[in-house]
Every structure is written in C-alpha cells, then in structure tokens.
Design a protein around this ligand. Structure first.
Ligand code: ATP
Ligand code: MG
Length: 395
C-alpha cells in the first residue's frame, strides 16, 4: 500500500497575493526538515501540500513527527493512496483505517471530488464508503455533527483516504517574517521567547554572552542543548558566543554596584545590535517579562532599550512565570533550563539593584568606561557554530 502525508496550510491561506510565496517557503522548510528521513516529492494545490515518499526506505513515521513541529501548518494527516476506482477505494478504506475505526463509536464520511471526471458525485462516494464501513464495523454509528472519526476520501490525481487530521504547529513558515536575533541565556524564558517568535515566521539567529572563567563550558553546553530543542521547531540556528568577561570586570571595577545589571544589559544590547547588522537581523528577541526581576521593571527596560537601534521583541513580557513554564515544558526546554549552571547575569549580581533607574544617571554611571572599545573587542571575539535538532552541526 502506498501512503503519503497531506498537509493543510495554516494562517498563510489568508495572505492573498503573497500566498504562493508563503507556500513556497513552507514547502522549502518541510523539504529541508524531512530530508534526513528519505527522498520525497512535494506537490501543492488548493492549500494542500502532498508529500509522497519516493523510495521504500523513506521513514514516514519520522517525517510525520517532524512535520508536527513545522510552523505554517494548520493540520496534517497520513493518507492511503488508491487508484481512482470506486471498488479499489471501497476495498482499501476499511483496511487502512481499521485501528481508528475499531476504537471509534461514531463516524462520518466526507468525499471531495476535485477531479470532476470521476463518474460518481461526492454524496454518492460518501454513501458507498459509509455503507462499506458500516458493513465491516457493525458497532459504528453515523454522526454527522460530532463524529469520533471523519473518514475523508479525496479524488485528485489519485484517490486519497484518510482519517482524522492531526493539529499542526500553527503559526507562519519560519523565514516568512525575516530574521531576528535571539539573546539566549541558560534560563527558562529566552528559549520560550525564541520559540514564540519562530512561530510568527521569524528565522532565528542566536547570541550568547559568556564570561569565562566565571561561567563554565558546561553553561555554554546548556545553551547549545536549549537551542537544539528550539531548533526542532525553528530549524537550524547559528549561535554566536560573545566573550563578555572584560566588560563585566570593567563594570565591576568602575561603576556603582546598584547599576551593574542595567549597564551590563545595555552592553548586551549594543553588541547585539552590531551583530544584527552583520547577520541581516531586523529585531532583537529577549525573554524579559515585566517585574520578573529588578532589571525588568518598566524603567529598567526603558534604559535598556535606549541603546538599541533595532526593535526589541519580548514575547513573554505580559506572561506569568507559570505560563512561560508551561510552554517550556511543551517544547522540552524546561528540564535543561533548571540545570544549575551559572549565567553571566548571575556572576556579579548586585545586592541592591536600582529598580527605578533614570537614564541620565545610568549614562553618567557608565560614562567612565571606554564603551566603544569594549564593544569592539567583544564583537571581534565572537565565535559561531550551527545548531540543529540533533545538536551542534559539523559545517
Ligand atoms: P532567562 O530565563 O531567559 O534567562 P531571566 O528572567 O533569567 O531570563 P535575565 O537573566 O535578566 O532574565 O535576562 C533577561 C533576558 O536577557 C533573557 O531572557 C535573555 O534574552 C537575555 N540574556 C540574559 N543573559 C544572557 C546571556 N548570557 N546571553 C544572552 N542573552 C542573555
Ligand atoms: Mg537569566
């Protein structure tokens, strides 16, 4: 039996004239993501992408699992392929959907005839397939309003038979909204922020600030592990690691303690903006949430943003920790995030940080530093690796 995967476009179906560009991008993303699982052919028509395995060894289970995490997909299902012959369809439907039909109590059949040359009408197909299923599974009842299983028969180039559609990851195809730079720490919030913006179609580039020897290689490994989980949804992420030790030491040496964190965050923003420019990113993405910590009060965020010449996206801004944690569990980053490895933020945490900093005071406090020189040296020390869902890539 030949089996395929049918994919229904998500929100991109709404995009009018741009639609085919979005669809092309979706197909490109799916193609790239299921490439490890075999060779497949892709066809799109009427907001459906048909994925057909081209060799016998193609792993359809793995491909379907991968597809469940590709953004831009409203729903997907596996389908059996039959010849466009009603007897073949009637023979295959009860066999292919046996497990699902045995479990269900109620069902209905929907037929869609895109090929108008097919000799039976949609209602005729539905009635015949329904009759055949009742005959094979006498325990079933028909329920057209709210059935446990909807058996769909589509007559296109070939006949496709499928059961219930599974829910897709939603959102927009990654890349369709451009590229953004994710400030990724080892915490709970920033991986969630990356996931949320990737869902809106943003292709993620990562930046991480490391302060060896105060922070260890193990905490960098943690960031790799987190991004690898995010990459299950977003696709490959280039991670840039910035040497941040000199900056943190200079801040500690020369600035008032109560401003340590806010000044450090302003350095992160400046360097991130520099990198955004060279990596074609048009927004920064952080995991900040109002009032979560001292550096995330409204005034502190204002002081942070004052040095950014890019929009700063903070998808967690209005979320409770509980809500953020729920997402982090879903995307499997939570257990990694709670591993106890130090982050550069925690290295020189002041005892009494200013919660209501005023911009002129912050500017005065940092004015003793050679801001430009420090940023330039940190920027020049950036190293870069590629991360995908199986870990660090060899490229
Ligand atoms: P998270 O759980 O994401 O670490 P947090 O609540 O602990 O967030 P902070 O540590 O104040 O908050 O960091 C706020 C945001 O700044 C993070 O969400 C992240 O986007 C960014 N950030 C913090 N530390 C780093 C770092 N070492 N490298 C890159 N970005 C960082
Ligand atoms: Mg943190």
């Amino acid at each position: 039996m030949k089996e395929i995967i049918l994919i229904k476009d998500g929100e991109l179906a709404l995009k009018g004239l741009n639609r085919s560009t979005f669809e092309d991008m979706l197909v490109k993303n799916i193609r790239w993501r299921i490439k490890p699982f075999g060779s497949f052919q892709f066809k799109k028509s009427q907001s459906t992408v048909t994925v057909t395995p081209l060799d016998e060894n193609a792993d359809l289970d793995a491909a379907a699992d991968e597809i469940s995490r590709v953004f831009g997909i409203a729903g997907y299902s596996r389908a059996a392929v039959a010849e466009k012959d009603i007897d073949k369809i009637l023979a295959l439907a009860p066999v292919y959907l046996k497990d699902q039909l045995e479990e269900a109590e109620t069902f209905k059949v929907e037929a869609k005839r895109s090929d108008k040359k097919f000799p039976l009408t949609s209602p005729e197909i539905s009635a015949m397939v329904g009759g055949k299923i009742l005959e094979s599974f006498p325990h079933l009842r028909v329920n057209v309003k709210n059935p446990d299983i909807t058996v769909t028969v589509e007559i296109r180039d070939e006949a496709y038979i499928r059961g219930n559609q599974l829910k897709g990851a939603g959102g927009m195809p990654v890349g369709s909204s451009g590229r953004g730079l994710l400030l990724i720490s080892g915490g709970i919030d920033s991986p969630v922020a990356g996931y949320m913006m990737a869902k809106r179609g943003i292709d993620l580039v990562g930046i991480h600030f490391a302060s060896p020897p105060y922070t260890s290689l193990r905490s960098e490994q943690k960031v790799h592990d987190l991004l690898s989980k995010v990459a299950r949804y977003s696709g490959r992420i280039w991670l840039h690691t910035v040497p941040f030790t000199e900056i943190q030491e200079m801040i500690r040496e020369k600035c008032p303690e109560e401003y340590f964190t806010i000044i450090m965050r302003r350095f992160m923003m400046r360097i991130s903006c520099m990198l955004a420019e060279t990596t074609d990113c048009h927004a920064l993405i952080t995991g900040e949430s109002v009032a979560q910590v001292a550096s995330q009060t409204m005034l502190a965020l204002g002081c942070t943003d004052a040095v950014a010449n890019q929009p700063v996206f903070r998808p967690c801004i209005g979320m409770d920790k509980e809500e953020i944690i729920r997402i982090s569990r879903k995307i499997e980053t939570f257990d990694i995030s709670i591993q106890p490895f130090e982050d550069c933020c925690t290295v020189f945490t002041p005892k009494h940080p200013k919660t209501k900093p005023h911009l002129p005071d912050v500017e005065a406090a940092e004015s003793v530093l050679d801001i430009e020189g420090l940023c330039k040296r940190a920027f020049e020390g950036i190293t870069r690796i590629a991360i995908n869902s199986s870990g660090v890539e060899n490229v």
